[in-house]
Design a protein around this ligand. Sequence first.
Ligand SMILES: [Zn+2]
Length: 212
Amino acid sequence: MSALLSGVNYRAGPDRWLWSLNPTGEFSVVSIKDVAAIYGRSAPAYSFFWNNFVPKKVGIVSWRVIMERLPTRAALVARNIDIGDPSCPFCGEYDETCDHIFAACHFAQVVWLVIAQWCKIPPIIAFGLKDLLDAHVAVVGSKKKKKVFSAIFQVVIWSIWKMRNEVIFGNEYPNISKVVDESKSMSFLWIKYQLKSLDWTWNEWRNFRIAM
Ligand SMILES: [Zn+2]
């Protein structure tokens, strides 16, 4: 014990944690990434854009979609979990995979069509989830405008997943209007909360007559 403590310098003041990977002693994600890079860890093929205009719970659904970590029926079957019918709760025609319920399913396609009309952008053609999560890149305008669109798209994905859960666990009927209305109202609340400087009214947002 004495030998172990022989090199320790005692100072006055309360104890505090020090992060040894950073010379300042402060924790940072960058310092972990730097150390990981030394061990040849390659960057992931796709970097998810965490958008702080929406709450974490919304971003987490999109992130889990990209990582294929959502417990869709097809994913549960792949893990040998007996769930009975693996088909899509919206159309019942195909297995419920992430690509299907968020992009390929007729239910989702109509949702995206209505959302594009509301946002006054060309129809969103998505062959998979990455197309949806990157759709904001094609939006013409400032960085902030693209970020607002990315937030809206993440809210739509969150809302489709919520509807899916209500159909499966709450015996609700698939309701496109409910998904669209919820996407509009929740994106308004969350984005406006983050961008406090903007004076958009609900009426302007509802009709997408907003300056960005
Ligand atoms: Zn379907």
